[in-house]
Design a protein around this ligand. Structure first.
Ligand SMILES: [Zn+2]
Length: 215
């Protein structure tokens, strides 16, 4: 088990790093990390992530009950979605939900990231499915990600945002950064013309490389 104080610091540092890149504006977005098999560290609702302090994080169980936290603080409204990930993916130790603008723009335009276009994105993100529309800040998102989360580390929520998971907080945060970078590159390409897809044999090679990484 990771030292809870170290984990609190790592989660706050990741939140500040993502906020500095404009990926968590205002109170939007939320992060969590697994403390152990039964408990999760999660950000409070409505606190801007750029000003988040380690002691402001709440400890909840996998049923969403608050076990520890500052009086008056509530967990993020997207907690049910985070807990769905931890229940279905014992290998996952961190979850990041954000509203990355270029990635969300792709969902608005009906452009899917399941098609392999950029080789680095295939290697680092794998296939990125887009869920059906679900109302933000409600348990609908928990149901929307359920069909995808067992086989994917990066998911787009239609008209809303992203869900990235990882074995560490850094891995989940990095996947969000790579996702948004990929989406920006695709949007630039689409400004000129529809980009071509990678041939199937090139995609098969990339998946073989990705599997050799242990993913
Ligand atoms: Zn959201």
């Amino acid at each position: 088990m990771t030292d809870p104080l170290v984990l609190r610091r790592e989660l706050v540092e990741a939140a500040r790093r993502l906020d500095a890149q404009g990926l968590l504006p205002g109170p939007s977005g939320n992060l969590s990390a697994r403390l152990d098999a039964e408990r999760v560290l999660v950000v409070p609702s409505a606190v801007p992530k750029g000003r988040l302090q380690p002691e402001e994080l709440l400890v909840v169980n996998l049923e969403g009950e608050v076990l520890q936290g500052i009086r008056g603080y509530k967990p993020t409204s997207e907690l049910p979605m985070h807990l769905e990930v931890y229940r279905r993916r014992p290998d996952v130790h961190a979850v990041v939900h954000a509203h990355p603008p270029a990635s969300v723009a792709l969902t608005l335009a009906g452009i899917s990231l399941t098609e392999a276009i950029l080789p680095e994105a295939v290697l680092l993100l794998g296939e990125v499915p887009t869920t059906d529309y679900a109302t933000p800040s409600t348990p609908e998102n928990q149901a929307a990600i359920a069909p995808w989360i067992e086989k994917h580390d990066v998911i787009l929520l239609a008209r809303h945002g992203s869900l990235t998971v990882g074995r560490t907080i850094d891995e989940a945060a990095t996947r969000l950064e790579v996702l948004e970078h990929t989406a920006k590159t695709l949007l630039w390409a689409y400004m000129v013309r529809e980009p071509s897809k990678l041939p199937p044999e090139a995609v098969a090679k990339l998946h073989a490389v990705r599997e050799s990484y242990g993913k």
